[in-house]
Each structure stands twice: as structure tokens, then as C-alpha cells.
Design a protein around this ligand. Sequence first.
Ligand code: ATP
Length: 613
Amino acid sequence: MPPGGRMGGPIMRGFMDEEEKKNAPKITGALIKRVISYLTPYWKQLLLVLVAISLSSVLNLMPSILTGKIIDEGLGKRNLKMLVFFIVASLLTNLGANLIGVLESYINTWIAQHITFDMRNQMYSHLQKMSQRFFTTNNQGDIITRMTSDIDGVENVITNTFRSILSNSITLVFAIIAMFSKNWIMALIGIAVIPLFVIPTRRAGKTRWALTNEAQACNDEINGILNETLSVSGQLLVKLFGKEKHEYDRYKEANSRMVKLNIKERMAGRWFFVVLTTVTNIGPMLLYLAGGILMIKYNSSLTIGDVTVLVALLGRTYMPVNSLLNIQVDWMRSMALFTRIFDYFDMPVEIKNSEIPVIPAKTTGQVEFDHVFFSYDPEREILHDISFTLDSGKSIAIVGPSGSGKSTIINLIPRLYDVCDGRVLFDGEDVRAIDLDYLRRNVGVVSQETYLFNGTIRDNLLYAKPDATEEELIDACKKANIYDFIKGQETGFDTMVGNRGLKLSGGEKQRISIARVLLKDPALLIFDEATSALDSISESKIQEAIDPIIESRTSILIAHRLSTILAADEILVIKDGKIAERGQHKDLVKAGGVYTELYNTQFKRIPDSEDGD
Ligand code: ATP
């Protein structure tokens, strides 16, 4: 009989809470087929596991069966040789079962690890194909959970749930066959006793589960009170409103409820154990009684050893029956896990490479927006009929109030999103037709939020061009006006930038990311100027870097500072997703429109020697 303490685990897992019941997956043939498709590549190993489980289940039953021989042939007949023989046989079968168990566990873990390895890779590569929209709308925590905990859960399903179903079913079937082969009447009596064990186990489990849930809720409430009233601001509020007594009473009440629940839960566990031991003892006693009646009254050929074997075998059925009853919940949970993972796999890839990808005849970085309309959500239009052309070697500055759609315009060029209507052309070809790798290779973006990986400056620079030479690194850094800073560091290019580049200032990060994009050497350079305030030295260093770059390259700049705007060949003024004005600084500033307003409120305030007015 399993000890009461150990029963707690499977029983507590054996019930689903309301949330789980509501979200229980629909188990369809297609779902099962799909799960199996992950197992089929490992069918040979799975077959081996099946054989090993069967063998170890049979061998595990052998000591129970051999007990009969020990009693009848050894003790009963007072035959020392037979006694020793069966004792050694019993020990050896047990050892054999355990050794096979080790092998089976190794193969099982191997299969589970390989299946999760396949799934992780598949998930990661699928996630990489997902669009910017996916990452902006989905919670990052959820994405990571799917990648980590959910896939780890699959490993658990294979090593525990599937294994448990197999080994418990096999053990149960073998135990019942063995019982019937000994004596069918006794076997029937034994089987009839099993429900006596199952019913109270399930009931007690349900009670404990309900009590645990209640205690959990009460515990959450207590934690809530503690968090609210013992925090700095909470404590201040309590003091200022003289609510000490009120809060104390609230706490005391929840606390006393918790005490009662804890006592109830512990006692339910205790009562459950009493019921369980009583009921599980009834089975063997009934078998002894029935065996005795058969032997004494009906002169059956049954031996004392046979009765002992039957009792032992009955004991071996309790655990598998209990596990198999609980497995239904594990099974539902496993299927829910697979469903969640498959839901991710099934999310359509929004930005796909064209079926027949085109490579433009000449790479110059020329861009054309042809009556472009765009919205993130159908309800709200963000860009309205945007048309402009940026010729090779020229530069455009995009200006406009915050939220007017400037970043959205540039997002459409490397296809972070696709237009809703109209076309974006790169070197004369629709970006949706161009080979995605080629397009992204030729469009370089320095975004407002500079992202640096945790590593050295060199690692971050080489991300753009892994085979860059030292000279190329130095050249790019000189152009980005960051080389002096790097040279001044004790470890030069090998200086660690810290998590997300936190060890560097905003300006330094920006200049490193400019150097990074210069190493990539794209045909079109997009620079989203940081709106966040940088000190004037940092600003002028960035400006010194940007000005010559713009001179020599096809570029688009989302500009917030006058000097950047003045360096561009044309200015596009965006307001409410439309091109409100376009032209040169001198003309726009006199026009008295959006640009004049921006100039008066934003640009003019930033001291700039190059004011073109
Ligand atoms: P800023 O100068 O402040 O960076 P911006 O002109 O670049 O602003 P965009 O970032 O293009 O403005 O945003 C334009 C509009 O689109 C804003 O109203 C914004 O709220 C909305 N928007 C931006 N990104 C998304 C998104 N991923 N999903 C839904 N709406 C978005």
C-alpha cells in the first residue's frame, strides 16, 4: 500500500481548477495526430522504451510472485536449497527491473530532450519570422513563457505523463493476469475491492483540493493586506487617516480564517490517511478470508503461498489504478500545453518573402512612396496618401509633431510592416517583390532607441559585418565620431557595453550604432534622431558624424534638430499622417504653416550656429 504522504502529490494534481476546466482544450484526432508527428521520428527509441517498460513491469511483479514460492517451496517444505534459490531469484529480478528502469529512463529522457530540441528550434525560427506587429501586440513575457516553460512542460509530458500511462497500464494488466492465473475466484474478489479503495481516495482528494484552494485564496488576501499596508506609501496613508485599528482588525480576521483552514486541511489529510489505510487493509483481509474458506471448506488446491501472492499482487494494483485515474487531468493539461504551442506555430507569417523574389538591376538606395496608405488597426488610419521620391545620393528630412507618423513611414521601407494601399518602391521595384534579405541588407536604420547587445564594443560592431577588418572598424568609428572615445578606454574595442549598452551614455550608444550601420554599408541610410535630450557636446558629436554621412549617401532623417534639417536636400512636414508641407527650410519657415510653428516651438529653442534664417 502506498504511504499516505506520497498519495498527496498525485491526488492534489488530480483535479482541475475552474480556470483549467474553462480552458480545457478540445482533444481532436487532428491534435493527437499532430502530437504523434513529433514522436514518429523517434519510433525506434520509443519501441525500445515500450519493451523496457514492459520488461521492468513484469520483473517488478516477480518478487511478489516468488514470495509464494519462498513460502510453499522453501518454508513450507523446509527446503533450505529452494528457499535460498527463490530468495536470490527474487533479489535478482528486482535488481534486473531496476537496471532496465535506468536504461528506460535514459532513453526516455533522450527522446524527450530531442523532441523539445526540435520544438524549440522550430518555435525560435517561427518567432523570428513574425512581424513587428506580433512583437508589439504580444506580451514579451508570454512569448518567452511559450519558448521556455511551455516547451519544458512538453518534456515533462513525455518523461512523466506518457510514461506513467504506459507503465501503469502494463503493470495493471500484468498484475491482473497474474492474479487470474493463480485463482479466478480470488482474482474477482480482489478486483471487486479496488473501487472500495478508489472512491474514498477520490473523495478525500477533492476535499483536500477544495481546502487548499480556499487556503490559497485566503493567503493571497493576507499578502494583499500586507503589501498594501506595510509599504512606505500605504503605511503613510494608514497613519494619516488613523486607520490602524481598522487595518489590524482586517488582518486579524483573515489571519484567524487562515488558521481554521490550515487546521481543517491538515485534519482532512489525517482523516484521509485513516480511511485509506482502513480500506486498503480490507482488500488483503478479504482475500485471506476467501482463500481460507476455499482452502478449509472447499478443499481447494490453493496454497498459503498462493494466497500470499494474490494479496501482494492486489497491493500492486492500487498505485497504477490511482495514477491512471489521475492521469486524465495530466492528459488534459498536456493537451492544453500542446494546443498553446501549436497555436503559436499556426500564427500566420505576416511579412513573407515574395514567391519570386526580385533583385533590382542597380542598387542605389532610391526610394519612392506612391500614394501610400497605412494603418496599424483597421479603425485608425495612420498614413494618408503619402507620395514622395528620394533620389540616389540625396537626403530627405522628415519633421512633424510627435505621433504624426514619421517612424511609421520609415518602417514601411525595410518592410517591418506592409502598406495597406499604394506602393513603396526601392530602386524602382515594389518592396514586397524584392528579396527580403536583399532589401534589409541594403537599408540601414539607426533607430531612436539604440539597441546594443551585452558584449564588447567589437562584438556589437561585428554584428553588422562579422568579417570586418580592424581598419574597417577604425574607419567606421572615426566616421561616427566615436573612435576617440573607444581609444580612450583601457580595453579599447574590447570594452564591455553592459546589459543593453547601459554602461554607455545615450550619445555614445547612438554613435556606436551609427558606426555599426556604416559597417553594414547600406545603399539607403535611415536615421531616426533621438528626441530625448542629449547634452550639447553629445549632440554636436553626433551632428559632426551625421553631416558628412548625409552628404555622401542616400538618406532619410527623422529630424528634431535644425542642423540635421538644414543638412537635408528636402524637408517633408508630416501632420496627422499626411504630407502637410514640403520644400526648403527658408521657404517653409516663411510659409506660416506647421513648419513655422514647429520652428518657433522646437527647433529655434535649440541653440544652433547654423540657423539658416
Ligand atoms: P515621435 O516623433 O513621437 O516618434 P512619430 O511621428 O514617429 O512620433 P509614429 O511612431 O509613426 O509617430 O506613430 C504614429 C501613430 O501611430 C501614433 O499615434 C502611434 O500611437 C501609432 N502607432 C505607432 N506604432 C504603433 C503600433 N505598433 N500599433 C498601433 N499604433 C501604433
